[in-house]
Design a protein around this ligand. Structure first.
Ligand code: ADP
Ligand code: ZN
Ligand code: ZN
Length: 750
């Protein structure tokens, strides 16, 4: 029976980021635990605020009359009271605060994401409304009439006769009018019932269990043996798409569940396909649930509650599902582990892989990572023995690998072709249009800061200090986003003297226009940030393409993931160089991943596909290795570069970002911090300060400092020093009025 509780107030204000002590009222004595959410009076006016209990104690050396009392527990929220999980969550939050530099409140908020119990809701489901034989006849009719959407839905229902409405519309891309039409024709029935809000209710279909291959078995046995030996191992499975990774995850999770433990299965939201979900449901039935952004807040809260009560064995979801409150966690699987969505880009700026590893350590669980193109970081750790490496090298899905060719845009220019499409790509596009097959044109624009390159020889203007491409700023200046190096723009290529040197500006919209003029009969769809800003439009465009309502899909990296388009036999990567010169050290890695994935989009069906990679730098290693689909070759070359220049994973890097409405204040603090870091350790590799790449966003000025070191802890000390310095400035009444953020091993440029 503790008398006092230490509470962190949920407020994003550094100065208040410390525990405050409150009296525990008698009625809460039995329910309050570390990790509980509470409402407390705070500040002069005793405003009621949310807080997190981080510790309970009996003694408090202060006038009891002056200690405020906890006001209430949010309705029905018993926090983590039934197990020891609250303590783990707090330990994890403290670890995150220390490792990534954020307030304790922000770390706790991330780990304990608010859980509000909700009311039951109605779940809609779709079921087959006619006998199987009849349905099969109906299917033939749809096929004959080319009613592709209806055909797809019916096929799925013949596999699993009862499916959630939301899953059918969101993941299967079937529209409401189609469902209504099929329903009034008596083919399907839409049912509605009140449920305990499992977003997916599927009967555990008896699936033909696959006999694992020897290579697959070895992985499952290896991981489970480590687990049984009490080791919190991290295993990395490197295997191309279709090599049987998901089947391995399922077997590992089954093994863990047989041992009475629970599993967290992380998949980037964009890659979480209907087929993958179904496979898990077929194995785990209603003991599995899914967490994603299409769930409402209270639906999410319900999943946490079910997990907490032990009603679930497996949760599937993106990054945030890592914080599912399983008391007896056994395994965390991270699929597509290289995906940048696993990096949280708001405070605390954590890497999911690292937090998973720490959580696994606290829980004596194991971690399994999987990817066709592992992050440099994970592969490095696997080769140095920190992770266990497994490889799956055979493709089990059949289907021929696409043939990949490189189109040299310098040559095209010489031949007088100034269009965005090379001769070869034009030829293949026409061929696919003639044959009625589909094509995808892909513009890898992510993180494109506007580099300057020579269209005659491919030369890119780089920073002499950082070996990073310079970014084009307003007024034509060229700037390095790491060290701030600047030079005026160039009129001719320093290598070959060509006047065709400039920034590259084509966007998806121009390409769409161009295609419409060049191929007047073709049906073109565009998928990018503009066309998908409205809710549901992303799925709508993809479903329309999947239903073959268009011949060509033009888009950004949004199109390369997750979805299978068996009708696609041609993929064109319009300018591979784009992401290559994004102005940060991960650019080549990202390019390799994007190109490999994009190439994998072609030829999923029976017809072999073609891939054309257009570039001004045909001999760049990222492009060459991607066209050969050679991960290990790429890794070897890339790690050499990272080691030479001390970029992660060969070393570590801390980005300190200063942001203010007042440019002078941001600049001044940046200077002070730089001095502080250098004074502490004259050997330290302190780079900058430089102006942030989007120097002025929403009237905020940004400055960045980078520090590199082999030793991560040294960077943590720099962060601690900076925090202490800021606290000191505030204390002596000289608040710099600059927002400071830390980013360890950043994966994008600032
Ligand atoms: P990945 O996750 O690596 O893309 P999957 O696990 O999805 O690979 O497997 C690809 C395909 O091969 C799936 O259709 C799966 O059902 C099938 N498959 C996986 N393992 C086996 C196996 N041991 N025997 C036969 N088919 C398998
Ligand atoms: Zn040149
Ligand atoms: Zn530089």
């Amino acid at each position: 029976m503790s008398k006092y509780a230490e509470v962190i107030i949920d407020i994003s204000y550094n100065k208040l980021d410390r525990p405050f002590t409150y009296k525990v009222p008698g009625r809460m004595q039995d329910v309050l635990q570390p990790g509980s959410l509470v409402m407390v009076p705070f500040g002069k006016g005793d405003t009621i605020r949310k807080g997190y209990v981080i510790a309970l104690k009996d003694e408090f050396d202060y006038d009891p009359a002056k200690v405020k009392e906890i006001a209430e527990l949010p309705v029905n929220d018993s926090g983590y009271s039934e197990d020891d999980d609250g303590a783990t969550a707090i330990a994890l939050a403290a670890w995150m605060k220390n490792r990534y530099g954020s307030t304790m409140a922000a770390a706790l908020k991330t780990v304990l994401t608010s859980r509000k119990p909700g009311k039951p809701v109605k779940t809609r489901e779709i079921e087959l409304a006619m006998p199987r034989e009849e349905a099969e006849k109906q299917l033939e009719i749809y096929v004959r009439k080319h009613q592709v959407a209806r055909e797809r839905l019916l096929r799925e229902l013949l596999e699993v006769p009862r499916q959630p409405y939301s899953l059918v519309t969101s993941k299967l891309h079937i529209t409401a009018p189609v469902i209504r039409a099929m329903s009034s024709a008596g083919v399907i029935r839409v049912t509605e019932e009140e449920s305990f809000r499992n977003p997916v209710v599927l009967s555990k279909a008896e699936k033909d269990h696959k006999e694992l291959s020897d290579a697959q078995k070895a992985i499952v046995q290896g991981v489970l043996a480590d687990y049984d030996a009490g080791k919190s191992t991290v295993s990395l499975i490197h295997g191309i798409t279709g090599s049987g990774k998901t089947e391995v995850y399922i077997s590992i999770i089954k093994g863990i569940c047989e041992r009475g433990k629970k599993a967290i299965m992380l998949i980037p939201e964009i890659a979480l396909t209907y087929q993958t979900l179904l496979r898990f449901y077929q194995y785990f039935g209603e003991r599995v649930s899914v967490m994603n952004s299409s769930l409402s807040e209270s639906e999410k809260a319900d999943q946490w509650e079910r997990a907490r009560r032990g009603e679930l064995d497996v949760i599937i979801g993106p990054r945030s599902a890592l914080f599912t409150p399983f008391a007896d966690l056994g395994v965390i699987v991270i699929d597509e582990e290289h995906e940048s969505s696993y990096k949280n880009e708001s405070m605390p700026k954590y890497h999911t892989r690292e937090v998973a590893r720490e959580l696994a350590r606290l829980k004596h669980a194991c971690v399994v990572l999987g990817s066709a193109t592992p992050s440099l970081d994970s592969y490095y750790k696997a080769l140095t023995g920190e992770y266990r490496l497994y490889t799956l090298s055979e493709r089990l899905t059949g289907g021929t690998l696409p043939s990949v060719e490189i189109a040299d845009l310098r040559q095209e220019l010489k031949n007088g072709n100034r269009s965005i499409l090379s001769e070869r790509l034009q030829e293949l596009l026409q061929d696919r249009l003639d044959k009625g097959e589909q094509s995808i044109l892909f513009l890898n624009r992510r993180g494109v800061a506007g580099f300057v390159s020579c269209r005659s020889c491919g030369t890119v203007i780089k920073c002499p200090h950082c070996d990073i491409s310079l970014s084009l700023h307003r007024g034509g200046r060229l700037v390095c986003h790491y060290c701030g190096f600047e030079r005026p723009g160039v009129k001719e290529c320093p290598e070959c003297g060509s006047p065709y040197i400039s920034g590259f500006r084509a966007g998806t919209e121009q390409i769409e226009e161009h295609l419409k003029i060049r191929y007047p009969g073709a049906r073109v769809l565009r998928l990018d940030a503009d066309t998908t800003s409205r809710k549901g439009s992303y799925d709508k465009i993809l479903s329309s393409f999947a239903n073959r309502e268009a011949d060509i899909l033009v888009g950004t990296q949004m199109i390369v993931k997750g979805h299978d388009f068996p009708g696609v036999t041609l993929v064109g990567i319009l300018l591979a160089d784009m992401s290559l010169y994004a102005g940060d050290y991960c650019a080549a890695e990202r390019t390799f991943q994007l190109l490999t994935q994009a190439a994998g989009r072609a030829g999923r069906g029976e017809v072999p596909g073609n891939v054309v990679i257009q570039t001004y730098q045909p001999d760049n290693y990222a492009i060459e290795y991607a066209s050969d689909q050679d991960y290990v070759g790429f890794y070897r070359e890339e790690i050499r570069y990272r080691s030479t220049l001390l970029y992660p994973p060969a070393a570590h890097m801390l980005c300190v970002q200063m942001q203010s409405e007042d440019e002078d204040k941001a600049e001044k603090l940046a200077g002070q911090l730089r001095e502080l870091f250098v004074r502490d350790d004259p050997e330290a590799l302190v780079i900058g300060p430089a102006k942030g790449s989007l120097t002025k966003i929403r009237d905020q000025y940004r400055y960045v400092i980078y520090i590199k070191d082999i030793n991560y802890d040294k960077l943590v000390r720099c962060k601690d020093r900076a925090e202490a310095f800021l606290a000191y400035l505030v204390k002596i009444g000289r608040d710099p009025q600059v927002q400071v953020q830390f980013d360890f091993d950043p994966v994008s440029a600032y």
